[in-house]
Design a protein around this ligand. Structure first.
Ligand code: TC6
Length: 694
């Protein structure tokens, strides 16, 4: 077999172009050059009636080669290749299998007809990378599918199944067979005149000013900070006129998006989610996980069970009483019902998932499971007792995991005679929806067991990030630190609502006080009590206001009142909050002062970055990107800012050191410059450099 990335095969009166660029046939330079060369070869061959263009491997072209973004463009560019395909004299039919995404679908739309295998999907996900379909996609999609469908495709970035794509007009036919066989058959149909072809660019987009205006208003309201969604709408609006003018407009908008920090952050996030799989244990053989045991039927245990059942695993759920067990089963049933409602599974799949669930009050029922996740109350003594019991019950080689969010895995593992089989699997709530899993490796955890944690995450369609042992691992350790910064801001004069709005303006979906109310203020209260004995005397206490709220029974949303008051869907001011704040300030002898929005964001982000730097420095996170992925996927960090340490690089280590030193004049215990940051400021290293192992 030739090692060319694009091959031509002539079969009687038709030519086949095969693109073969593993793993996902991204249209990098060699593919683009190959397509142009293939067309020249076909022209030179003469007497070809039609061309079938298809891909080898698991998918049609999954997009432009994202690794080329940011480097100087090497001709031919993808827009030019799409134009060349469209202007080619002989009709070309694209045959889609797997996923035709971004530049892949744009290439197909540059062809004269599109056929898809029944399982194929198409999409224009560029907006998720902060860019737009810049190879004619914003001009050709509306010509084929109309403005409303094009806006849907381009702004959602969703993967659309073949049948829906056919109904939209994006593809022309669904055919069964291998990509090559379908390409041959489709090209022969083109020659026979039974499959119609046309140049997409010659079609006219029907104007739809109402759809454009509504969508523009919607994106401006929903994503006020994002550049690319608005540009996408403007480009689609420009598709009603001359093709060349529309393409030029699209090009300029694409270049503007590509140059923005937002697209750099979003592309970094895309690769980051994959880079975190690169762990020291990646060559270790993961153990086979064919069944799961879950101890605890509360919110976490039920969520974890739901995730495993949805992934096809049998689950044995353990609770202490029949009542608690029944509550757990009811939560799982309702979670699955929700998944059906959200279109994640059908009714038959739901029934099959429930049939895989065994509920028991006997720990002994876990004797044959491959992996146990303990998800009981966050109490070290209870956890230790459970692991002691598991050691006596579970079969040899079973993986024993704790879903603790803070506690010491080594101490838990020491309760067993098999610490090599013990690890932390920190799920995020709701565990059947949140895609993040912190895999916590203890000092004795075997490499195969860490690898098994990663393999389980993959099975559950989650992104695993490796973390070391410390209080709170990566995410909650950093969270615990910067929430203090938010509390200090309020003690010193800011209002919780002002802090939240400032951070929501930065891009967080919710500010820390609204999140606290949602999660339940009792969680933080209990953590503060747990850590009270270890708090250094020189630490300024940050919990006075939150403590008072909890002590009044105001634990947030679930009690109808916390930092805010909750009335149905409405969030209102808590009329008692100002008095509680005033009392806490008076007790601490604080004269409140004003904070600007910029200062709130600066202090909060500097706190987050400094603890994140320490987490990297301590080896709790393998690299800065691991911290970033945890925050993007588990803590609502605005994706268009790439994560705390990607964002930190936009500020620079020297400026961060300067800020921390200035704040330290007020509170030298809380604000300390991490050694890593000081070193980076001195030698000019960035977190991006550390990600590259520099
Ligand atoms: C665009 O097209 C713009 C056009 C306008 C131009 C003017 N480039 O995700 P996986 C790598 S923008 C380079 O694990 P899956 C990926 O990093 C693009 N590399 O596989 C990974 O590498 P690793 C629009 C890419 O089966 C490997 O391939 N398109 C690209 O779970 C396997 O990937 C998109 O946004 C790429 N485009 O999912 C689609 N894509 O093994 C992005 C993947 O070294 N891609 N890689 O870690 C996807 O959504 C998924 O990869 C998938 C396959 C659904 C295609």
């Amino acid at each position: 077999m030739s090692d060319k990335k694009v091959r031509v095969e002539i079969v009687e009166e038709v030519a086949l172009i095969c693109i073969d660029n593993p793993p996902v046939n991204a249209s990098g330079l060699a593919v683009r050059q190959g397509i142009v060369a293939a067309l020249e070869e076909i022209s030179a061959a003469g007497s070809i009636g039609a061309v079938g263009l298809y891909c080898a491997g698991r998918t049609f072209i999954a997009g432009a080669d994202i690794t080329e973004f940011g480097k100087p463009l090497q001709e031919p560019g993808l827009p030019g290749v799409c134009d060349t395909l469209e202007n080619f004299d002989t009709p070309i039919v694209a045959v889609i299998h797997g996923t035709a995404l971004g530049g892949g679908l744009e290439t197909a739309m540059g062809c004269h007809a599109r056929v898809a295998l029944p399982s194929a999907k198409v999409g224009l996900p560029e907006v998720l990378l902060g860019i737009l379909p810049g190879a004619g996609g914003t001009q050709r999609a509306p010509r084929l599918a109309g403005i409303p469908n094009a806006l849907d495709l381009i702004l959602s970035g969703r993967h659309v199944a073949a049948q829906e794509a056919l109904e939209m007009g994006v593809i022309d036919r669904i055919m069964e067979g291998t990509p090559r066989d379908v390409a041959l058959a489709a090209a022969r149909e083109v020659v026979a005149g039974t499959l119609a072809t046309r140049r997409t660019g010659t079609l006219q987009t029907a104007p739809d000013d109402a759809a454009i205006a509504t969508t523009l208003a919607h994106v401006q309201q929903k994503h006020p900070q994002l550049i690319s969604p608005q540009k996408c709408v403007e480009c689609v609006a420009a598709s009603t006129g001359d093709l060349q003018e529309g393409l030029a407009f699209e090009r300029a908008a694409f270049m503007e998006c590509l140059a923005s920090p937002q697209s750099k952050a979003l592309i970094y996030a895309f690769f980051g989610e994959r880079a975190v799989a690169n762990i020291p244990e990646k060559t270790a053989q993961a153990r086979d996980i064919g069944s799961l045991g879950v101890i605890g039927g509360g919110t976490m245990g039920s969520g974890i069970s739901t995730a495993a059942l949805m992934a096809g695993l049998p689950v044995t759920l353990i609770e202490v009483t029949q009542e608690a067990l029944a509550r757990g089963v009811a939560t799982i049933t309702s979670n699955l019902e929700g998944a059906v409602k959200r279109g994640k599974m059908g009714a038959a799949a739901r029934d099959a998932a429930l049939a895989r669930l065994t509920a028991s009050t006997e720990m002994q029922s876990l004797s044959e499971v491959d992996l146990v996740v303990e998800a009981v109350f966050e109490n070290m003594e209870i956890k230790k007792e459970i692991f002691g019991k598991l050691d006596g019950i579970c079969k040899e080689g079973a993986v024993l995991a704790s879903n603790t969010s803070y506690l010491d895995i080594n101490e838990i593992a020491a309760m067993t005679g098999r610490p090599q089989d013990v690890l932390g699997l920190h799920f995020f709530s709701p565990a059947h929806i949140m895609k993040l899993l912190e895999v916590v490796a203890g000092e004795n955890t075997a490499p195969q067991v860490v690898a098994t944690g990663f393999a389980l995450a993959k099975k559950l369609r989650k992104v695993a990030v490796r973390a070391g042992v410390c209080d709170g691992f990566i995410g909650n350790r950093i969270l615990g630190y910067y929430l203090k910064a938010a509390s200090y801001l309020v003690l010193d004069g800011a209002h919780p609502d002002q802090v939240d709005r400032a951070l929501e303006g930065f891009g967080f979906a919710m500010g820390p006080h609204r999140v606290g109310d949602l999660a339940g203020l009792d969680i933080g209260y209990m953590t503060r009590k747990r850590l009270a004995a270890t708090r250094p005397p020189e630490e300024r206490y940050s919990g006075a206001i939150a403590d008072q709220l909890s002590e009044n029974g105001w634990n947030g949303r679930k009690s109808g009142k916390g930092y805010f008051v909750y009335d149905g869907r409405e969030t209102l001011e808590n009329p008692d909050l100002n008095a509680i704040i005033a009392e806490a300030r008076a007790k601490a002898g604080i004269t409140p002062r004003d904070f600007s929005v910029a200062e709130i964001v600066e202090r909060y982000m500097t706190a987050m970055i400094s603890e994140a730097a320490r987490v990297v420095e301590d080896g709790i996170a393998l690299r800065p990107v691991d911290v970033d992925v945890v925050f993007l996927m588990g803590y609502g960090f605005p994706r268009f800012r790439g994560g705390p340490l990607h964002y930190a690089d936009t500020i620079g280590a020297a400026e961060l050191v300067r800020r921390i030193e200035a704040y330290a004049e007020e509170d030298a215990h809380y604000w300390q410059v991490p050694d890593l940051l000081r070193k980076m400021a001195a030698d000019g290293t960035t977190f991006a450099d550390l990600n590259k192992g520099k």
